[in-house]
Design a protein around this ligand. Structure first.
Ligand code: ARG
Length: 461
């Protein structure tokens, strides 16, 4: 039981208390960040005349040695240390002796852990950015391929009006574009350095906090030391953005599951992204999409958990805050895994264009266009709505679509109909005429696709 703070204690910590308090089992994930922060701290201490050049060189060498030994597996991070900070400091002292004891000058574990977590989240934001860009590029590629792939658009999960697959995918493109902008936005707000806040009230040493911040590519030091050690909003913002990503992935997954079902058959998931049943030999299940949908719960859980943990904590640092880590690590890893697999899944799925088109034709998705036809011939919209309603009833009775109902029947309901009604309600016309920006018509889609093309080029700079 190696403890940094044993000086004022006369008794050993109870074993259960020690275990309850320790965080090494999970904060070992912050190892690389802890070393990075310690190196920056030592460099700053030397530049500020608090440590000598020789002490700096020795400590940095020791920290680099610990880093490479852990990375190459010759040094294990074990539970005999309370947390990752204790592990690094104790190993440094073992390695370089007395001078190692100077590492913690002008620093508290409170600002140290605040820094480590911030560095960790910042690194992970970059990975999330990369994965979101991959997903956006994949959706963009599919959109370009499916400008003329007709499908029913739904409201209430009832066929509503015809759209195209490119248009449907375009909705997700917009959602994930906003998710990416949220991630980039959080990065900006997160990018201040809390190191130098001390335990809560700064320190009496002449620390150069600007230098510490610059050494780790922060925009500057945090401006209030109590806030510096006790702010976790950036984690909550991150969890909130992650929850939103999962909500979007989950809705998309739900649609994939529906489209992949025997009843719909709009798409077929690749064998590599499907699983079988142990009992029913015919089954090919969309487990990946279901898992993505299911894992949304644990990411929401992380957000709710940290919001709840933080709500009643007085300033400044309190041990409650140690609870910010496990769920956050899990949420980040979960979202990264989901983004990666989801992208692969949609990249390899087969799009069954004919089934989509047939489904759009069979669901009276052109009924609005039939009403618009009447309106264009002078019939007030409300009357047109009722006339087409009657026609739909006839079609249902006969088991045909509006496209196949004979002109005589149209005329029986309204004499305004002429032979050009068929052209006016064809799938192609219904979609191709909707060309205001944001609509599924090919001209509108091509415009949006070229906007997205420029956007993707811009974000890959
Ligand atoms: N393990 C702690 C955390 O994650 C950091 C150490 C600060 N602990 C303390 N008792 N001041 O928040």
């Amino acid at each position: 039981m190696a403890q940094l703070w044993g000086g004022r204690f006369t008794k050993e910590t109870d074993r259960l208390v020690y275990n309850f308090n320790a965080s090494i089992s999970f904060d070992k994930k912050l190892f690389a960040q802890d070393i990075r922060g310690s190196k920056a701290h030592v460099t700053m201490l030397a530049a500020s005349g608090i440590l000598t050049q020789a002490e700096e060189t020795e400590i940095i060498k020791g920290l680099d040695g610990i880093l490479s030994d852990v990375e190459n597996g010759s040094l294990a991070i074990t539970s005999e240390y309370e947390d990752i900070h204790s592990f690094v400091e104790a190993n440094l002292i073992d390695r370089i002796g007395e001078v190692g004891k100077k590492l913690h000058t002008g620093r508290s574990r409170n600002d140290q852990v605040a820094l480590d977590m911030r560095l960790y989240c910042r690194d992970e934001l970059l990975e999330l950015e990369y994965l979101l860009k991959k997903l956006l590029t994949t959706i963009h590629g599919l959109m370009k391929e499916h400008i003329y792939t007709y499908m029913p658009g739904f409201t209430h999960l009832q066929k509503a009006q015809p759209v195209t697959f490119a248009h449907h995918l375009g909705a997700y493109m917009e959602m994930f574009k906003r998710d990416l902008s949220r991630i980039l936005d959080i990065y900006k707000r997160m990018n201040v350095c809390p190191l130098g806040s001390g335990a809560l009230a700064g320190t009496t040493y002449p620390l150069d906090r600007e230098l510490t911040a610059a050494l780790m590519d922060f925009d500057g030091p945090s401006l209030n030391s109590m806030d510096g050690v006790s702010d976790r909003d950036y984690v909550i913002e991150l969890l909130s953005a992650l929850s939103m990503i999962m909500m979007h992935l989950s809705r998309f997954s739900e649609e994939i599951i529906i489209w992949n079902s025997n009843e719909y058959q709009f798409i077929e998931l690749d064998d590599a992204y499907s699983t079988g049943s142990s009992i029913m030999p015919q089954k090919k299940n969309p487990d990946i999409a279901e898992l993505v949908r299911g894992k949304t719960g644990r990411v929401y859980g992380a957000l709710t958990s940290l919001l709840t943990t933080m709500k009643g904590i007085p300033l400044a640092y309190n041990k409650d805050m140690q609870e910010d880590k496990e769920f956050t690590f899990d949420a980040i890893d979960t979202v990264k895994g989901c983004l990666l697999l989801f992208t692969g899944m949609i990249n390899t799925m087969k799009v069954k264009k004919e089934n989509m088109k047939t489904s759009a034709k069979n669901g009276f998705t052109n009924a609005t266009d039939a009403a618009d036809y009447l309106v264009n011939h002078g019939v007030p919209f409300r009357d047109a709505h009722s006339i087409v309603g009657q026609l739909v009833l006839r079609c249902i009775d006969k088991g045909v679509s509006l496209d196949d109902l004979p002109l005589e029947e149209y005329k029986e309901v309204s004499p305004v109909f002429e032979n050009d009604i068929y052209e006016a309600i064809s799938m192609e016309t219904c979609v191709n005429k909707r060309n205001t920006i944001g609509a599924p018509g090919p001209d509108a889609m091509k415009k949006v696709i070229s906007i997205n093309e420029a956007y993707l080029k811009d974000i890959s700079k």
